[in-house]
Write a protein that binds this ligand. Sequence first.
Ligand code: GLN
Length: 484
Amino acid sequence: MNLHELPLHEASRLLGEGAVSSVELTRALLERIQAVEPRVRAFITPTPDLALSQARQSDERRARGQGRGPLDGLPLALKDIYSTRGVLTTCGSRILANYLPPYNATAVLRLAEAGFVLLGKLNMDEFAMGSSCENSAFFPTHNPWDLTRVPGGSSGGSAAALAAGMALGALGSDTGGSVRLPAAYCGVVGLKPTYGRISRYGLVAFASSLDVVGPMGKEVADVALLLQTLAGADPRDSTTPDVPVPDYRAALSGEIRGLRVGVPQEYFAAGIQPDVEAAVRAAILQLHEMGATLVDVSLPHTRYGVAAYYIIAPSEASANLARYDGVKYGLVAPGEDMWSTMERTREQGFGPEVKRRIMLGTYALSAGYYEAYYVKAQKVRTLIRRDFESAFARCDVLAAPTAPTTAFKLGEKVDDPVAMYLSDVFTITANAAGIPAVSLPCGFAGGLPVGLQLLGRPFDEATLLRAAHAYEQATPWHTYRPEL
Ligand code: GLN
């Protein structure tokens, strides 16, 4: 197997055994990037020189017997939403096109302390608003399985880079599905952890009550490895409780006998692509054959999820994005006075989807409409959370499709925001409830990857990953690679 095709956990083992060096691994990835990136376009900012110097330092550390553990020397790439000290961080937006953060996000700092190698910063929908990566201010990313299709979004660069063999692991972020949807469309694994499991400090804010850091990899064990380093309380993010961090890799026992798997009927409603439904149903049957008990459950408020999200997320975004005023960060488009400078900067700096969200959110929060929209949406959010609570009284994980369709064509939904929003019907409710969920490959439909979504109890990523890993290891889907 070529080095760039290795799953992260395999590469970690080989590095630990001294069978391969970080420089060798990093060179293999950089060569692969040179070969396929012109067609895929996953990177906004590649950092090859930085990567090689970090790889050399890692090899020297290991040679001195001062290796920092399983991630030391492993080449990863980060969604361009993570603040990286001195490395361009655009968040997919023109308004941050020249922004060099003065500090690292906590997630980045933890990876750095573990000795990772940074290959570069990955493409995304502007401010993580989108489901296709087409809202990037710079260029769209292409799906490695079919270059005429979208990779999903907003973490499209992360999923495409993994599927194309241009990174061994990656970080995305998930506010309404942005890690899981691209993972499904590109045939990789993406975890949306419990809200608060990983610090959001330095993750550019979109909707703060929904945003989470999302580890991504080609296999479940890769995601467990990343989560192990990232999880835990952070004094810089007051929404990270001091819940103990279990040994996630040890949890991957391959055993799911007796596990109660809930099947939510609302996730198989009309509108789902028939061959996607077939692949997901076959996966659920597989879990049953492996000893899991299937339980029919109902999540009756699922159908209100998208509507509630498109009030709550834009409301929070309208507050969070007020900081881009032409003074503190990035782009400045000077006008005659302060107000016109602010206006011009935003006019030129934000793309159409970001403007739409700011207007939606400002409207929903305005005095006359706050009760009717924002407060109502918050009540719906509570009902969604209760749906999950009653389901988890009867089962340990839920199994469902990640998305109703496979990857759609580039350009297909750009003129219809509502059609784009509906790609997230099955992912958005986990963010509303704060629960963990993972997407992993469960087959193909028309030659395109299909994602199985497993959802779990708050802070029970261990059970979620155990179920995902057991399924993965019993099936061949994680071994397929796109031909590029
Ligand atoms: N597609 C959803 C949106 O556009 C979710 C994005 C996300 O999870 N960041 O808001």
